[in-house]
Design a binder for this molecule. Structure first.
Ligand code: TRP
Ligand code: ZN
Length: 876
């Protein structure tokens, strides 16, 4: 294999030829599907007349090529690993190609493949070139007409984008359906599905009164699991009309659930294809978290219809143009229809753990990368989640009203076009009159900026001086970072009164909550008329994706935890307070000193447990300790054992000190109400289950009884799974084994429940986990070919802090073996699975050496570009 060549953003050239019409015919067969393509091609007016025509094409069996109806001789074109080049073509012509592909053998799940017997496609980013020869780039947009021919019995349902326009019977028990999609689209949005599927149907009337048919297509067994996705879809459609003025633009909208899928879901025009885990729910089989995730993903894919499909990306470097914006849109939607503070707390908690880690590691890259070897490696937390944070900052900078006008302008001006991030930000600058040049650095610079803040109160003059200093670390492949434009939302809370003070900055009153614009390396903000000593509440709502350091004392944090008017920052104070206690204990563990619990944390928790707050979900989040992964992010060198020991010690100390309170919370929040995924019920279950977690941390008899009873009662998967997880993670085999066995037998035939069963077993802190992983890899329900199973078993194990990082290196070796084997089947999933290994530099010398050796063992093999790029960067 030749060394893969990087693609550079700066090399972008507009296409020399565009395709206006694409006609495809698929004659489906597992081993040899025939794909006929007729492309109407035009040379770009500015392209050179002698420009050759290049069509991407990979792993295609070429059968014939004809130009304007004339079959081309073998020497009239060049066919290599990348595609087809025709040197001499007229200014406009039609091109016919015939190829064959083998969906049955496609384990990479890119292009046309089979999943549980049905045919489906995944084309983003560059999968269409595995279906036919085509300019497979998002700036070539065509109108598609697609005919699908299948076996009438095996494939009664034949779907593609747009509207069905013709159908009929054919000889030999075959039939066909022809679909037309009137909206020009890039090839990555093409989709086809064929199989024995059933559908649930509903309707939606758009804001202009058009009637849309909504369909969710599933295997027959899953017909009872679509209600929540359908309800979510209708809510999302209404929300996008109300919030962004965006209306749906076809007569039908289809969702298909498939079992084998590389990611969550895909926004193909009019025919979204979903990982079954991202669409199917039932109270008995899906947790509250899964219900909320389905709601968010259904909305996300639907929102792409405008932010992605109607206005698409010029090239893949602009990926965050559609993904960052669409994640921001789905986050706003979920916040609006559920509890806004909880949604923000959960998103930020995840972001600071996982994206910060990415941004500090060898695969760090800007929201808009400048080069890549393999684009599928760039569907990252940085492009998606940090991209969403950047859009959120933009909205806060220009204000709600200008943001809406900016998005209206963006959709109107660029409808039907493939554009860049500058085009999007340009609209926001234009409508707001603000200069966003410095702001663009958020798209260009990798690494998490740190802000050091300190404040001084001057009694005599009633002044509070807040100094903010920013620095962005140097990351792989980038030189001197420049200062960013950072919106810091904040307030000052009177330490005596406990109330937000009215702020006066530069002589101007600015309410009780304001946004500071930090643009320089260092700036001091002077607040006047400050009547009493304040405690600052900084970076409210996480107003910028940065690390903020402020020398808060424990007293300050306990104060903020009860007095901050911002719910998000009350949670933030609880986490900071816990971190102070945890840090002391981590140091104690390392130095072999006796561990002593910080009583101030206990005293901060006590009133929370008896509070009558009606946002139980926020309360639950405040009572949840930072995860081990989150704690690790705050450490200069990750000591997995010390972190685990410290966290367990805090958990048990809190449980011992507050046992009766936790018990009372647990008992008060049980309920017999019929399950509904409402914010109120979810909050209540969440609080109850946090309490149960503490009770099980000390395994006292009453707690164990509650846990067992909750597991046995089987009221809903949220409660069952939490109880089962606590039992399974217990050191007592008499608690764990019978429960694991009973659950595994009960749900043996439900793949999505079995995913949970795999995952909860291998996230245990107990010592036998590695052996369990090996044994579960031979379980009949496990398959290396199914990405959900790989993520549930191997992905979860690789995030198990204590067991993956075993000092004998066996965890690393197991993962490396799996990556190597999986690379032969599905390179995209193999590359994703190795992420934890790439973070080797964060650990002690022994673990570093072990991880590095495994990375080198991987890199010595013949590899896909995906895994090669990850290994190469990791070792870099
Ligand atoms: N565009 C999809 C989304 O974010 C995700 C996606 C990209 C994807 N590539 C994929 C999904 C490959 C499945 C497989 O909504
Ligand atoms: Zn997306």
């Amino acid at each position: 294999m030749s060394e893969p060549q990087p693609v550079y953003s700066s090399d972008y050239q507009p296409p020399a030829y565009r395709v206006t019409h694409t006609e495809l015919t698929f004659d489906l067969d597992p081993a040899s599907t025939r794909v006929d393509a007729r492309l109407t091609v035009e040379r770009h007016p500015e392209a050179r007349p002698d420009a050759p025509l290049f069509l991407h094409g990979e792993q295609l069996e070429l059968q014939s090529v004809a130009l304007d109806g004339q079959t081309l001789a073998d020497d009239a074109y060049r066919h290599d690993e990348q595609g087809l080049t025709i040197a001499d073509v007229p200014a406009s012509f039609t091109l016919d190609t015939r190829v064959r592909v083998a969906p049955r053998d496609n384990t990479a799940l890119e292009g046309l493949y089979q999943s549980s017997g049905m045919y489906c496609t995944q084309c983003e980013a560059e999968g269409f070139r595995r279906i036919t020869f085509y300019p497979d780039r998002p700036d070539v947009m065509a109108v598609f007409r697609v005919t699908v021919i299948g076996d009438a019995e095996r494939e009664p349902v034949l779907l593609a984008n747009g509207n069905p326009v013709e159908r009929g019977e054919l000889d030999g028990g075959r039939h066909f359906v022809t679909w037309e999609d009137p909206h020009p689209k890039p090839s990555y949005l093409f989709a086809l599905v064929a199989g024995d599927l059933e559908c649930v149907e509903d309707r939606f009337t758009t804001m202009s009164g058009r009637d849309v048919t909504l369909q969710i297509w599933v295997e027959e067994d899953n017909l009872g699991k679509t209600d929540h996705a359908m309800a979510s879809l209708k809510r999302a459609m209404r929300w996008d009309e109300d919030t962004y003025g965006r209306e749906y633009d076809l007569d039908r909208f289809m969702i298909v659930a498939v079992n084998d899928f590389n990611m969550g879901a895909m926004e193909n025009k009019g025919l979204n294809i979903f990982n079954s885990a991202a669409v199917l729910t039932h109270p008995d089989t899906a947790t509250d978290a899964a219900f909320q995730q389905v709601e968010g993903i259904v909305a996300h894919e639907y929102f792409h219809n405008w932010s992605g499909n109607r206005v698409t990306c010029r090239d893949w470097f602009q990926l965050s143009l559609k993904e960052g914006f669409t994640v921001f849109r789905d986050q706003s939607f979920s916040a609006d229809i559920n509890s806004a503070p909880v949604k923000r707390i959960q998103d930020v908690g995840f972001f600071r753990t996982a994206q910060f880690a990415e941004d500090a590691g060898p695969t760090a890259h800007p929201v808009r990368p400048e080069s890549y070897l393999e684009i599928t490696n760039f569907y990252t937390l940085t492009v998606y989640e940090k991209g969403a944070e950047v859009v959120r900052m933009l909205k806060n900078l220009v204000g709600e009203d200008a943001f809406r006008r900016g998005s209206d302008l963006y959709f109107a001006r660029f409808d039907g076009q493939a554009v860049t991030i500058e085009d999007f930000v340009g609209c926001m600058a234009e409508v707001s009159g603000q200069n966003l040049d410095q702001f663009m650095r958020w798209y260009q610079q990798a690494g998490t900026p740190e802000i050091d803040a300190h404040g001084e109160y001057d009694y005599v003059n009633g002044e509070y001086r807040l100094t903010l200093r920013q620095r962005t670390p140097v990351t792989a492949g980038q030189q001197a970072p420049e200062p960013l434009h950072v919106p810091v939302r904040m307030g000052l809370i009177g330490t005596r009164s406990g109330h937000d003070l009215t702020l006066t900055l530069d002589g101007e009153k600015c309410g009780r909550d304001t946004v500071l614009h930090l643009r320089d390396d260092e700036q001091t903000f002077v607040f006047t008329d400050v009547s009493e000593a304040p405690t600052p509440s900084l970076l409210r709502h996480f107003s910028a994706p940065v690390k903020l350091n402020f020398p808060y004392s424990r007293e300050d944090l306990a104060f903020l935890l009860t007095h901050d008017s911002d719910g998000f920052n009350r949670w933030e104070a609880s986490q900071r307070l816990a971190m102070l206690a945890l840090n002391d204990l981590i140091a104690a563990h390392r130095n072999g000193v006796e561990k002593v619990m910080d009583n101030r944390l206990v005293e901060a928790y006590r009133p929370l447990l008896t509070s009558r707050s009606d946002d139980k979900a926020v309360l639950a989040e405040m009572l949840r300790l930072p995860s081990e992964a989150c704690i690790a992010e705050s450490q200069p060198l990750v000591d997995v054992d010390a972190i685990h020991a410290a966290r367990e010690f805090v958990r048990q100390s809190l449980a011992l000190a507050l046992r009766d309170d936790f018990m009372a919370v647990y008992e008060a929040n049980r309920s017999d109400a019929e399950y509904a995924p409402t914010p109120a019920q979810i909050g209540q279950r969440s609080l109850k289950n946090v309490a149960l977690g503490y009770l099980m941390a000390i395994e006292d008899e009453a707690g164990i009884e509650h846990c067992r009873a909750q597991f046995k009662a089987g009221q809903n998967m949220t409660d069952v799974r939490q109880a089962l997880t606590l039992l399974a993670h217990s050191s007592r085999d008499d608690l764990s084994e019978p429960a694991i066995r009973a659950f595994g037998e009960q749900w043996a035939d439900d793949p999505l429940v079995m995913d949970q069963w795999f995952s909860l077993q291998v996230s245990s802190p107990q010592e036998d986990v590695l052996e369990r992983v090996k044994q579960l890899m031979t379980h009949p329900a496990f398959s290396l070919k199914n990405p959900n199973k790989v993520r549930a078993l191997l992905g979860t194990f690789a995030h198990n802090r204590v067991n993956f990082h075993r000092l004998d290196g066996a965890g690393y070796a197991l993962l490396a073996d799996a990556v190597i084997e999986l690379d032969g089947l599905n390179p995209e999933i193999a590359a994703g699975l190795m992420t934890p290994l790439t973070r080797w530099r964060r650990f002690d010398d022994t673990r570093q050496a072990l991880m590095q050796a495994e990375l080198e063992r991987i890199k010595d093999r013949p590899l896909s570009t995906n895994v090669f790029e990850m290994a190469d960067k990791a070792l870099g």
